[in-house]
Ligand binder design. Structure first.
Ligand SMILES: CC(C)=CCC/C(C)=C/CC/C(C)=C/CC/C(C)=C/COP(=O)(O)OP(=O)(O)O
Ligand SMILES: O=P(O)(O)OC[C@@H](O)CO
Ligand SMILES: [Mg+2]
Length: 247
């Protein structure tokens, strides 16, 4: 089954998907594989692999190969640029940073990466990637015109643009390690206009309560990365997050 279909079925049947983000630049490939294995034991639905700086090439390939040895969960590339493409993944969030000022993050990296995706046969999942205040590393690297935290109507405008451009998924990104996630108001307003299109929320989600708030507000999928890099018991942390968001 295609990864996009797999994720949609979980969102529709279990309420919300949990996605584990692993940044290849944050640990060795073996350590990344252990995190992925522990996350799978905790009930995560898929493993996203990507980072905004230095997460491409051999390190990315090795990280994906080691993860594949330790879990059968699908691996989905979360690319920081065209070097974030690898044939060793199952799928790629083929994303455009819609509120970027820099064409390289709107279409150029995508055009440079597309032939590699085509040749590798990995599954592209189209995505509108929208950066919300504070934005973190990705907001700086992607030169985003940050959407104010308390202006849901601006996020709605970009989400609708992505939908009308044919992008299947919409990602509201507060930035890795953000001190607080996107607000429930913004999540609800965006999900309302998306209808069946899936909404992903990530950035600053550290516990089950916050994840539940995002899910109840309308998020179809929740991403956590930093908290797992910092956690001494990844399986327990994932169990906390998953039990909070599943029906
Ligand atoms: C589809 C293709 C081939 C490329 C898309 C390229 C785009 C649009 C990238 C968006 C901008 C960007 C830099 C995205 C990176 C996404 C990501 C992995 C963010 C998390 O970055 P971390 O490296 O974890 O942040 P910290 O360094 O703060 O932990
Ligand atoms: O690292 P955290 O804060 O969990 O954010 C996950 C993802 O949204 C980062 O791009
Ligand atoms: Mg990171």
């Amino acid at each position: 089954m295609q990864v996009e279909e797999y994720l949609n079925k979980i969102a529709e049947s279990e309420g919300t998907v949990h996605l584990t983000l692993i940044d290849p630049a944050s640990q060795t490939p073996d350590q990344a594989a252990e995190i992925a294995h522990a996350a799978a034991l905790g009930g995560t639905d898929a493993i996203m692999v990507g980072g905004s700086t230095g997460a491409g090439g051999v390190l990315l390939d090795q990280t994906l190969l080691k993860i594949k040895e330790r879990t059968d969960k699908p691996t989905i590339l979360f690319p920081g640029n065209a070097s974030g493409v690898s044939k060793h993944a199952d799928a790629i969030f083929f994303m455009s940073l819609l509120n970027s000022r820099d064409i390289n993050y709107i279409t150029t990296n995508q055009a440079m990466g597309a032939p590699v995706v085509y040749k590798s046969g990995i599954e592209p999942i189209s995505m509108a990637y929208i950066i919300i205040e504070p934005g973190g590393t990705v907001g700086w690297v992607g030169d985003a015109k940050l959407i104010p935290k308390h202006k849901p109507e601006l996020a709605v405008a970009y989400a609708l643009a992505g939908k009308y451009l044919g992008m299947h998924y919409t990602y509201l990104e507060a930035g890795s390690g953000a001190d607080s996630p996107v607000t429930p108001e913004m999540i609800g307003a965006v999900k309302h206009v998306l209808g069946d299109n899936k909404l992903i929320v990530g950035g600053g989600i550290r516990d089950g309560e916050t994840a539940k708030m995002c899910a109840l507000a309308g998020a179809d999928m929740i991403v956590t990365g930093t908290i797992l890099e910092e956690s001494s018991n990844v399986t327990a942390k994932i169990e906390e997050l998953v039990s909070a968001i599943k029906k």
